[in-house]
Design a protein. Structure first.
Ligand SMILES: Nc1ncnc2c1ncn2[C@@H]1O[C@H](COP(=O)(O)OP(=O)(O)OP(=O)(O)O)[C@@H](O)[C@H]1O
Ligand SMILES: [Mg+2]
Length: 257
């Protein structure tokens, strides 16, 4: 297991967001975490990536306990996330946003990278090559100089994916990457996620679009009111009566704008 979460609990005052869950994410898989609005999915991601301290329980990455570590230190280990709400710099171009992702992994100062743009040195060229590679990978090659704020919503989500990939993740956590995408953008996203996995990056996905989830996941975890109610293959989870009752049976690919 590249990631192990043990007896994780998060309470906000009287609200139990996560009520004591344990699970693992196997290296080299696409593992999805699904469940109704408010089930605790984002809260779990926040704890894993250091944005939220748990009330109880712990997180291990590759055998090292990382519970309570600061986000940048966790990112430096290769646990890189995207956010449910956009985290792009709207006034920066596609290319400049991707440079911020290179910074996440701590390899180059963000400000330095921006200031030195245009100077022709081996280091800048290497950075630009890497930025170019991920921009091309997500299919935004023609948008390199476009401001993030000027991109259609679906392409903003692809840019968020590119920024995360620029940080060279070993474990990539995606919080509703398909929200706001058109059907064709979602199928392109599904193909991209599978290519990411095939490149050896483990993917941990939170997503409400069940077609997307069931099409690409090696394993599915189901949260409901902060409790893990299922953990299995796509087929096992789709047939699980409790999962159908709590989530799938509601017929929804629910997302919030
Ligand atoms: N900072 C916070 N303070 C208080 N309550 C919070 C906080 N963050 C989350 N919660 C509550 O914890 C519960 C779980 O929220 P969370 O955002 O993890 O759900 P989710 O599964 O990601 O839902 P969605 O699918 O809508 O994104 C909800 O009841 C939410 O209102
Ligand atoms: Mg959420």
């Amino acid at each position: 297991m590249i990631l192990e979460v043990r007896d994780l609990a998060v309470r906000f005052g009287g609200v139990t967001a996560v009520g004591g869950v344990s699970f693992g994410v196997a290296a080299g898989t696409v593992t999805s975490l699904i469940g109704p609005n408010g089930a605790g999915k984002t809260t779990a991601f926040n704890v894993i990536t250091g944005f939220q301290r748990p009330t109880a329980g712990g997180v291990m990455h590759d055998g090292t306990t990382i519970t309570g570590w600061r986000p940048h230190r966790i990112a430096a280990r290769g646990l890189v996330r995207t956010f449910q709400k956009t985290s792009l710099f709207p006034g920066l171009s596609v290319h400049e946003n991707v440079l911020t992702g290179l910074h996440l992994r701590g390899r180059v100062g963000f400000v330095a990278a921006l200031l030195r743009r245009g100077r022709v040195g081996a280091e800048e060229r290497a950075l630009d090559d890497e930025a170019e590679r991920v921009i091309g990978f997500v299919g935004l090659g023609a948008r390199r100089e476009t401001l993030a704020s000027a991109l259609p919503y679906g392409e903003q989500r692809l840019l968020e994916l590119a920024v995360a990939l620029a940080a060279r993740p070993r474990l990539l956590l995606l919080d509703e990457p398909g929200s706001g995408m058109t059907i064709s953008e979602k199928s392109a996203l599904a193909a991209l996620i599978q290519r990411v996995r095939d490149d050896g990056i483990t993917v941990f996905l939170v997503e409400h679009d069940m077609r997307l989830v069931m099409g690409i996941s090696d394993r599915v975890l189901v949260l409901n009111y902060g409790r893990l109610i299922a953990d299995g293959s796509v087929t096992e989870v789709q047939r699980d009566p409790e999962v159908i009752r709590a989530y799938l049976g509601t017929g929804a690919t629910r997302e919030r704008a």
